[in-house]
Design a protein around this ligand. Structure first.
Ligand code: FAD
Length: 464
């Protein structure tokens, strides 16, 4: 048998990488193996072109502050996301201080703006503003429904707009654009210099078998087409959309049943400098479909390798792949006897979502431009191209009471002895990757005496 390693991390996205970095800080002697099936790291959802790069802090995303039946606004989720994102910022700042991350290269301050049209939406936004502005993290939020002021905040969005139309916006200047793939690459460049960290590219984890006191990880070396086994004490499945498939193979006993619902996405991308230079914000609109995050259109300034871009979207597309580089059979492979009822019931209960996805999937470029026109009245279709973005797998869950849920956040799943963990779901994943990794550490290791000293060390890092 090969030597037992301390922990195997499957996948090289931002969540696995954050976990690897934390473990290395806490236990520099531990032997960590990371397996990635693609030839490069961070090439799926974490890739800079595959997500919106919004540092989700609850400032502008209206799906985090739903309107309640009594017309009040629930801001709890926005406050929670803000706290979680601040943990990421603290950790990235710590890495920057220790020369692991070039902070200014990967995180840029860009105003976060919520923009709405119509009296009802403006009233909602004003209520949301009044509730949030009382909290320290939101106390520099501004609200305006003045045409002239908004024309300064968001000139492209206001240019050519009918002045009699009721519009309103809130703005927070310290929002961020984050290059999650660059964070991942810089951390992995640091870790790869360590003797006990091993990154294996083009290595596909094909099975995970429980051996009671350890796990056998079955790995296929894609370059030389052979399979081998690495035994490990702990394992984290961070395969993004494909996590569900591997979790099903690991066959852990869990009180919940899971199924996946893949959605791919597209953006409209402008590379016209004239237009790009007139916009400096991440502008989030109202959700199209029941506060579902994927149905929130936004017009985003992006900074990628020092260059400015402008994105609008995302547009959802029905798909059966769990990864961009996955197989069209992924979804079919994930259907099992124990989750087929869950899939059917969730489908029936969420017909509105299926209808929305079908409509989105059938949108031509000119339909997409028409939606953009609602935000940017003077849009010229020739300035915009369609680009394919990342793949999300929304999670369906049923518990022992047969209660079915469609989850839009992340869900951590773990084995009964807590030595295997996995993260399912898509959003707000990258922005909250550090707090997700901290939660994973707690789940896996809190039963050990050494965990108290880890917590003390982590407090110092996150409070510094
Ligand atoms: C359109 C879109 C917009 C988004 N916008 C934002 C945003 O603005 N802000 C934000 O915070 N988040 C956003 N997200 C979510 C965010 O991108 C993801 O939550 C995050 O990148 C997920 O990281 P991950 O490490 O879990 O997975 P991934 O980045 O998907 O990485 C998984 C890795 O595992 C590898 N892998 C899979 N199976 C195997 C296997 N069997 N063996 C070995 N390797 C394997 C894959 O090749 C991949 O490299 C967005 C997502 C999408 C799709």
């Amino acid at each position: 048998m090969s030597k037992l390693v301390d922990i195997v991390l499957v996948g090289s996205g931002i969540i696995s990488t954050s976990l690897a970095m934390l473990i290395h800080i806490l236990e520099p002697e531990w032997v960590i193996h990371m397996y990635e099936k693609l030839p490069n790291v961070a090439c799926e959802s974490t890739n800079v072109w595959h997500n919106s790069g919004t540092g989700h802090a609850g400032y502008c995303e209206l799906n985090y502050t739903p309107k309640l039946p009594n017309n009040d606004v629930n801001i709890l989720n926005a406050l929670k996301i803000n706290k979680l994102f601040n943990i990421s910022i603290k950790f990235w700042s710590f890495l920057a201080k220790n020369n692991i991350l070039n902070y200014h290269n990967v995180i840029h301050n860009i105003p976060h703006i919520s923009f709405v049209i119509g009296n009802n939406n403006a009233n909602f936004l004003y209520k949301r503003f009044n509730k949030l502005v009382k909290y320290t993290s939101f106390n520099n939020m501004q609200y305006s429904d003045k045409f002239n002021e908004l024309s300064k905040w968001i000139p492209l969005i206001m240019d050519g707009r009918n002045k009699s139309q009721k519009v309103a916006a809130t703005k927070i200047i310290n929002g961020t654009d984050v290059n999650f793939s660059e964070i991942t690459k810089q951390i992995l460049t640091f870790l790869r210099k360590k003797n006990n960290f091993h990154l294996h590219l083009k290595h596909d984890v094909i099975n995970i078998i429980n051996k009671n006191y350890y796990w056998d990880i079955y790995i296929k070396n894609n370059s030389f087409n052979y399979t081998y086994i690495t035994p490990t004490k702990y394992v984290f499945i961070g395969c993004g959309g494909a996590t569900l498939l591997l979790l099903q193979k690991a066959n852990i006993i869990n009180k919940n049943n899971y199924a996946g619902f893949p959605i791919s996405s597209q953006f409209l991308l402008s590379t016209n400098c004239n237009i790009i230079n007139q916009h400096w914000a991440k502008v989030y609109g109202t959700t199209i479909n029941n506060y579902i995050p994927i149905s929130t259109p936004h017009m985003d300034t992006r900074i990628i390798n020092g260059k400015k871009f402008l994105l609008f979207g995302p547009f959802a597309i029905l798909s059966t792949k769990f990864l961009r580089n996955g197989s069209y059979l992924d979804w079919f492979k994930s259907i099992k006897i124990n989750n087929i009822k869950l899939i059917l019931k969730t489908g029936i209960n969420n017909i509105h979502l299926i209808r929305y996805l079908l409509n989105q999937s059938l949108m031509s470029k000119s339909n997409k431009i028409n939606l953009l026109k609602y935000y940017y009245p003077k849009v010229n279709p020739n300035d915009w191209n369609i680009v394919n973005a990342g793949q999300r797998v929304q999670i369906m869950k049923s518990n022992s009471n047969n209660h079915n849920e469609l989850i839009f956040g992340n869900e951590i799943v773990y084995s009964s002895n807590h030595s295997l963990t996995a993260v399912l779901g898509a959003s707000p994943g990258a922005s909250t990757s550090v707090s997700l990794a901290l939660k994973l550490l707690k789940i896996m290791f809190r039963k050990y005496d050494f965990y108290q000293s880890w917590e003390n060390k982590l407090k110092l890092i996150l409070l510094s």
